[in-house]
Ligand binder design. Structure first.
Ligand code: KG4
Length: 340
């Protein structure tokens, strides 16, 4: 019998629903919220209101595109956390109500696991290429910067993580500080392609072990721009491509330095990346380049699976469901999840 799973994702500002059959993607619908653009960041209250408006049409569309009736679903997987509580409440409550009305089980998923397992989403017409266990995942987003050793779809070890800001936060905050807009990652990525990455140098942290720190490099950029602008008020405008390229290169160097160390220490050569920052073209190129040099097998998620989406929640839910996990209906969403 085939397993058809509906995935629901509502942890931040994307309302998404996806249907998979035995690990193969049938549909993945995402409604991105435009309402936050003028605020320079996600406004939690507006996000949950938009999820409330989007959730029914998004789920209906996902079922329709998949050609699946609601009563054919075997389980409903949903993001329990981490994320914005009001946003998570919408997806969690919807999953519970749907499960109850259909008499189908619900399966909770840690959002970060979704990012880590994104390479297992199978699509018709796309060659299947999946990492073997154990593999290392560089998990990089607006809220996380971690190196995770993935022993099986349900078993994780955090080898290193940031002790202050996440790398996505460094992109976003520095972009805002330079007046380039939000979210900062895509803007800096675009400008960096036009600039010289070796022109400017920013402070790199010296953190022992496999942990990261990104607050120092952020401050280093801030002081550098402030001092240069004091001499030449047009400095930023005249040099923004080179600043972005050099700043991005510094962040990538920091990320790769520890990832290379982790690969060396564990002897693991199966390397993946996940999370919003894994869309960064400089990071993707560099991982592939290091992979060639170091004989790693590298796996980069497709762009559409780097940002928040329900396909990754459905695939993670599928693994949990297969392992026999069922979530009780009194489950509550959580904004933070200490562990996987
Ligand atoms: O995983 P994600 O969609 O959301 C959470 O953090 O929950 O990640 C969002 C982060 C933001 O910080 C955004 O600036 C960053 O991913 N991002 C990028 C790129 N696209 C998105 N960072 C660097 N380069 C990109 N192309």
């Amino acid at each position: 019998m085939s397993h058809i799973i509906l995935g629901i994702e509502s942890s931040c500002d994307d309302t998404s629903a996806a249907v998979i059959r035995d690990g193969w993607l049938l549909s993945n619908v995402i409604a991105s919220q435009q309402v936050h653009k003028d605020f320079g960041g996600v406004v939690p209250e507006l996000a949950s209101r938009a999820h409330e408006l989007n959730i029914v049409p998004v789920v209906s569309q996902a079922l329709e595109k998949a050609g699946v009736r609601a009563d054919e679903l075997e389980a409903i997987a949903f993001t329990r956390g981490p994320g914005l509580l009001g946003s998570l409440l919408v997806g969690t409550s919807f999953a519970k109500a749907l499960g109850l009305s259909l008499g189908k089980p619900i399966v909770m998923v840690n959002h970060l696991q979704g990012h880590i397992l994104a390479n297992f989403i199978r699509q018709e017409g796309v060659p299947v290429r999946e990492p073997s266990f154990p593999y290392l995942c560089l998990l990089v987003s607006g809220g996380n910067s971690q190196i995770v050793k993935v022993n099986s779809p349900l078993e994780y070890e955090i080898l290193g993580q940031t002790i202050d800001d996440a790398v996505g936060e460094a992109f976003d905050k520095c972009s805002k500080m330079m007046g380039l807009g939000y979210p900062g990652g895509p803007v800096i990525d675009r400008l960096a392609k036009l600039g010289n990455p070796d022109r400017f140098h920013f402070a790199k942290p010296h953190i022992p072990g496999l942990n990261y720190s990104f607050s120092g490099v952020k401050t280093s950029l801030l002081y550098f721009v402030r001092d240069e602008m004091a001499q030449n008020p047009d400095f930023l405008e005249q040099n923004k491509e080179d600043i972005c390229a050099s700043f991005q290169k510094t962040l990538i160097d920091i990320l790769l330095d520890k990832l290379i160390k982790a690969a060396r220490q564990t002897g693991i050569r199966e390397i993946t990346i996940g999370g919003g920052v894994s869309a960064n073209s400089g990071l993707r190129n560099r991982i592939e380049e290091e992979g060639r040099k170091r004989h790693w097998n590298t796996y980069l998620p497709e762009f559409k699976f780097t940002t928040d989406n329900a396909a990754m929640i459905a695939i993670a839910g599928y693994f949990h469901y297969q392992a026999g996990e069922r979530t009780p209906l009194d489950v509550a969403p959580v904004s933070r999840m200490a562990d996987f």
